[in-house]
Each structure stands twice: as structure tokens, then as C-alpha cells.
Design a protein around this ligand. Structure first.
Ligand code: HSE
Length: 302
């Protein structure tokens, strides 16, 4: 067994408008986890985002994910020690929980000699997360598509044109659970057809950086209309981004962050979203991020 494993996992923006629970895009801001087998109790040292907010004992998501790998392989659970350096804001819609889950799964798998494929790890991530779109992007990088196949979850990774994404993260409290509970149990046939068509064109538009196509394709009827009601200031921030030159704006994952796409002018777009949230009395943080094309990266010390 290697002495210590280090994994670096990207943030992600899921759904991309119409691709609810299917599409994910990895973004260039990362969490890094070092994991090793120690003695005594499980203990995680946390730096960066989430300090004082996430548990540092065995109940931490990272350890729970790591244990899932040991359980799956019929190996006894060891005492794990780790160090997490988090760049991804928590509860943001930027894939922080998927990154934590993926980091635990991948690091544990590496400690055991990597017997599980990334597709298998994606299946475990989906069991833990309840959806696979963020985890797929975190694992594989670039633009990812996930669907059930007879052999389990299947993931396709598509390379995208070099691009940046402007993100605004309002200081609005919104958990993924709350945002999922807001969705109706059933949707109309016409809304489903609307989304299927648009999602296919979003994939093509991102691959070719066709922002004119993205402008009409990145629209959704399955989740955004229901979630916007929980996100004050967000409709105004979206309009401000479009007025500042964004071609398309989507709720990032389950929110509350917004992801804006444009060929240029990302800082101005981010500033416009920030100002619109400010006018609504809501503080926000902004990011201009490249797409991460690599997905999870692993290094080991023996
Ligand atoms: N597809 C998931 C959702 C992503 O929208 O609930 C959560 O980040």
C-alpha cells in the first residue's frame, strides 16, 4: 500500500441549463486531499473553504466515501488520516460535495492499488450523492454526459473549446436537498421535449464554442423555473449578465450560484452579476474560471 495518496479534484457546474442530472462541466478551481492510514481515530485537517463548518472526524464525507471503497472491496476499514485544502466554496452549486466524495473514493481506491475503474467509482459517487453529473465532471474533466446503461452508469467525456465561465455566488443559503425538493414529481411532455432538444444543442455549442447556438439552447423548463423562486435576486443578476455581454446564463447545479458563458468580457459580466445581487441587498463572490480538462489527478508517495 502506498504511504500517502494525494488527489486534486476540480469544481464543476452541473445541468448547464437543460441537461438536468445529465451534463456537467469541470471548472478550474480545486480541492486537494492527502490521505493515509494512521492510528487512533480518523482525523481530517481542513484548510481553505469549509474550515469550522465540516466535521473533521469519521463522519466527514471524504472518509465516508473512502470507507465505501473499502466496504465494496471487502477490506476492513482502516483508521484514516487526511489533509484537505479546499478551494471550492461549500453549498455553492459548484460541486463541492461531489469533489469531497470523489476525492475520498479516488484516494481510497489508490491506497488499495486502484482495483476499481473510474466508471465504478462514478457509480459509488452517484449512490452517495444521489445524482452523478457533478461527480462525472470531477472524475473525468471537461464536459461530461451521464446516463444509466444496462451495465450501470455510463459516462462520456467530451472535450470543449477553450473557454472561461463567469460565476456569481450569492450569500443565499440553499441546500441541494431544498433545491431538489422544490421540483415537481411530474413534468409535461412538451417541457420534456423542450429540454431534450436544447440539451443536445448545448453539448454541440460547448464543443465548438458556438455562443450564438448556446444563447438559445441553454434554456430549461425542468428545474430552473421552480428553483428561481428560492433564489432572490437571481433573475435580476441573470438579466444583468446578459446586458453585460453574456450569451447564456444558467443556475449552476442546484444553485445558488449562476454560471455565465460568453466569448469575452468575463470580468465585466461577473461584476454586473455582483452589482445586481448588491442592488437586491445580497452579497456575492465572483469567479472567472477556465474549464478543467483533466478531471481528478492522483499522485502517490511510497
Ligand atoms: N443535477 C443536480 C441538481 C446537481 O440540479 O440537483 C446538484 O449540484
Amino acid at each position: 500500500m502506498p504511504k500517502q495518496v494525494r488527489v486534486k479534484v476540480p469544481a464543476s457546474t452541473a445541468n448547464l441549463g437543460p441537461g438536468f442530472d445529465v451534463l456537467g462541466l469541470a471548472l478550474g478551481i480545486h480541492n486537494t486531499l492527502s490521505l493515509w492510514v494512521g492510528e487512533g481515530e480518523c482525523q481530517l485537517a481542513v484548510a481553505g473553504e469549509g474550515v469550522g463548518r465540516v466535521p473533521t472526524d469519521a463522519s466527514n464525507l471524504i472518509f465516508q466515501a473512502a470507507f465505501r471503497v473499502f466496504d465494496k472491496l471487502g477490506e476492513p476499514r482502516p483508521v484514516l488520516h487526511g489533509r484537505a485544502e479546499n478551494g471550492i466554496p461549500l453549498s455553492s452549486g459548484m460541486g463541492s460535495s461531489a469533489a469531497a466524495t470523489v476525492s475520498g473514493l479516488v484516494a481510497a481506491n489508490a491506497l488499495l492499488g486502484a482495483p476499481l475503474s473510474r466508471q465504478s467509482l462514478l457509480g459509488l459517487a452517484c449512490e452517495l450523492e444521489g445524482h452523478a453529473d457533478n461527480a462525472a465532471a470531477a472524475l473525468f474533466g471537461g464536459l461530461t454526459l451521464v446516463a444509466e446503461s444496462p451495465a450501470g452508469l455510463h459516462c462520456l467525456q467530451k472535450d470543449v473549446a477553450p473557454m472561461q465561465v463567469a460565476i456569481a455566488l450569492p450569500a443565499t443559503k440553499l441546500s441541494t436537498r431544498e433545491a431538489r425538493n422544490a421540483l415537481p414529481a411530474q413534468v409535461s411532455h412538451s417541457d420534456a421535449v423542450f429540454n431534450v432538444g436544447k440539451a443536445l444543442f448545448v453539448v454541440s455549442a460547448l464543443q465548438t464554442a458556438d455562443y450564438e447556438m448556446l444563447a438559445w439552447a441553454m434554456q430549461d423548463r425542468l428545474h430552473e423555473p421552480y428553483r428561481l423562486r428560492l433564489m432572490p435576486g437571481t433573475s435580476a443578476a441573470r438579466l444583468a449578465a446578459l446586458a453585460a455581454g453574456a450569451k447564456a446564463v444558467a443556475i449552476s447545479g442546484a444553485g445558488p450560484s449562476l454560471a455565465a458563458f460568453a466569448p469575452s468580457g468575463h470580468s465585466a459580466i461577473a461584476n454586473a452579476m455582483h452589482a445586481a445581487f448588491g442592488t437586491a441587498g445580497i452579497q456575492s463572490r465572483t469567479f472567472v474560471l477556465p474549464v478543467d480538462r483533466q478531471g481528478v489527478q492522483i499522485s502517490m508517495s511510497l
